[in-house]
Design a protein around this ligand. Structure first.
Ligand code: F6R
Length: 264
């Protein structure tokens, strides 16, 4: 795992945009996350698009997850959210931005179709991830199978409480979701997880330094060959080996010169 600590959340967004831009230039299939964390990264990518530095015309995108039961045009559906916050502002063809269909009366069939669509597209090149305060990625709550695929899940009350800020009240947050599974996420060729703020410090410690366990679904990144975690100082504050990660980062230009990605 490559761990990069940046001073502020704004710095995290710039570094994340650098990583994503490399893939975008190759016309990658992008795995996109919603939630607050990636918003600044999307804004930075939109800025680069507006400046003529980047085109998404050859890319396609798959979302991580979707609420079950929200109409697609609901402002908080992830179908709408990703368009409002990112894809409407760049040149990616809208038909190539796909998400699980949370309106299907048969969510299990919708989940299977979505998993198949990812496979048929040749898989995801880079999957952007946030992390929940309880260690979830996508909506894979604690206890999720590390081998799971896209499926119906019930949100943990902590996640409902965390997401209530996007709705008028906690009662309006759907409790069922369709989410890529941990196995689906692990199939992506590159994982890029972002975390900012002190509220994520415990989840970051458990995902980076804790045991690989369903108790902290994000710890599954430890099993991936190509995982990059970018955090700000606040989110890094509980890491035991923080100084070592920082030291390794300062030496990176040296090993990149040797053609290596990760000597860990
Ligand atoms: C969103 C998603 C979630 C969020 C996580 C963190 O598509 O899958 O796992 O990434 O809940 O949310 P924020 O970034 O709002 O703290």
């Amino acid at each position: 795992m490559e761990l990069i600590i940046r001073p502020t959340s704004a710095d995290v967004a710039v570094t994340a945009a650098d990583v994503l831009a490399e893939h975008v230039r190759r016309g990658a299939t992008l795995g996109l996350a919603t939630g607050s964390t990636p918003v600044a990264t999307y804004q930075e990518l939109i800025r680069r698009y507006d400046a003529g530095e980047l085109s998404f015309a050859q890319c396609r995108a798959f979302l991580l997850d979707e609420y079950v039961g929200l109409p697609r045009d609901h402002e908080q559906s992830y179908y709408r959210t990703i368009r409002r916050e990112f894809t409407e502002h760049i040149d990616i063809p809208d038909a190539r931005v796909q998400s699980p269909d949370g309106t299907d009366p048969n969510p299990t069939a919708a989940a299977d179709r979505y998993e198949m669509a990812i496979v048929e597209a040749g898989g995801i090149d880079i999957q952007l991830l946030g992390v929940g305060t309880n260690g979830h990625i996508g909506f894979n709550e604690p206890g999720s199978s590390l081998a799971s695929h896209t499926r119906l899940k019930t949100l943990h009350p902590q996640t409902v409480a965390d997401n209530a800020r996007f709705f008028d009240s906690a009662d309006e947050v759907p409790i069922h979701v369709l989410t890529q599974g941990l196995g689906t996420i692990r199939n992506a060729r590159h994982l890029l997880l972002l975390a900012t703020g002190e509220g994520k410090a415990d989840a970051v410690r458990r995902l980076v330094e804790g045991p690989v366990a369903a108790f902290c679904p994000a710890s599954v990144l430890q099993l991936h060959e190509f995982a990059t975690v970018i955090v700000d100082e606040a989110a890094a504050s509980d890491l035991q080996y923080k100084e070592y990660y920082r030291f390794a980062e300062t030496k990176k230009s040296q090993w990149q010169g040797w053609g290596g990605w990760n000597l860990a």
